[in-house]
Design a protein around this ligand. Structure first.
Ligand SMILES: Nc1ncnc2c1ncn2[C@H]1C[C@H](O)[C@@H](COP(=O)(O)OP(=O)(O)O)O1
Ligand SMILES: [Mg+2]
Length: 194
């Protein structure tokens, strides 16, 4: 099974909280039939299950911190294995959050062919998250946690972009634009693959 994953296209979707990763991934799923795996959604599903592990995760996420590397990676790997027979490609949304996560992913699963860097200004992300918080029910969409998530993003995740830039696989996408225009640029990046 892992051999099959090595043949599939792996796309990392990286950007700050509220930059629009999930929004764009949904559109990629609709147009290209890729499998969308959001590390955050996988973790929130574990929390929703009410398991002991979920309770530990909830406490970490509520503080805006990163959950242990092995936990996230195992969840992503299991989800990829479950879909590998029907999937033309994988969108790995919200991972890697730090360079070490990227290195571990490559050791255990495979290398990405593209990194979509969904870029929005800090103030834009805060605005979108506060709005999303009105309906998302996400315990981390509140002002205090948003600030911590943004700080952590700049500190831990921006180095990820530099790391993959040196490999030439980063496409920076201006996510200040309206959703459909952003998607136009995302689609161009995906069409450019092979
Ligand atoms: N280009 C855009 N213009 C305006 N609003 C956008 C946008 N992209 C996303 N949004 C909105 C939708 C959500 O309510 C919020 C956060 O988007 P999201 O896709 O959930 O972000 P992420 O998954 O990166 O945290 O912002
Ligand atoms: Mg998201």
């Amino acid at each position: 099974l892992l051999d099959k994953i090595k043949d599939a296209k792996i796309i990392f979707v990286v950007g700050g909280p509220g930059s629009g990763k999930g929004t764009q991934c949904e559109k990629v799923v609709a147009k290209y039939g890729y499998t969308h795996l959001s590390s955050g959604d996988l973790l929130r599903a574990e929390v929703a299950s009410g398991s002991e592990r979920g309770k530990t995760l909830q406490a970490i996420m509520q503080k805006g911190e990163l959950v242990p590397l092995d936990t996230v990676l195992d969840m992503i790997k299991d989800a990829m294995i479950a879909k590998v027979d029907v999937s033309k490609g994988f969108l790995i949304d919200g991972y890697p959050r730090e360079v070490k996560q990227g290195e571990e992913f490559e050791k255990k699963i495979g290398a990405p062919c593209l990194l979509l860097y969904i870029d929005a200004k800090g103030e834009t992300m805060v605005k979108r998250l506060m709005k999303r918080g009105e309906t998302s029910g996400r315990s981390d969409d509140n002002e205090e946690t948003i600030k911590k998530r943004l700080d952590l993003y700049y500190k831990a995740t921006e180095p990820v972009i530099a790391f993959y830039s040196s490999r030439g696989i980063v496409r920076k996408i201006d996510s200040e634009l309206p959703v459909d225009e952003v998607f136009g640029h995302v689609a161009k990046a995906i069409d450019g693959l092979k």
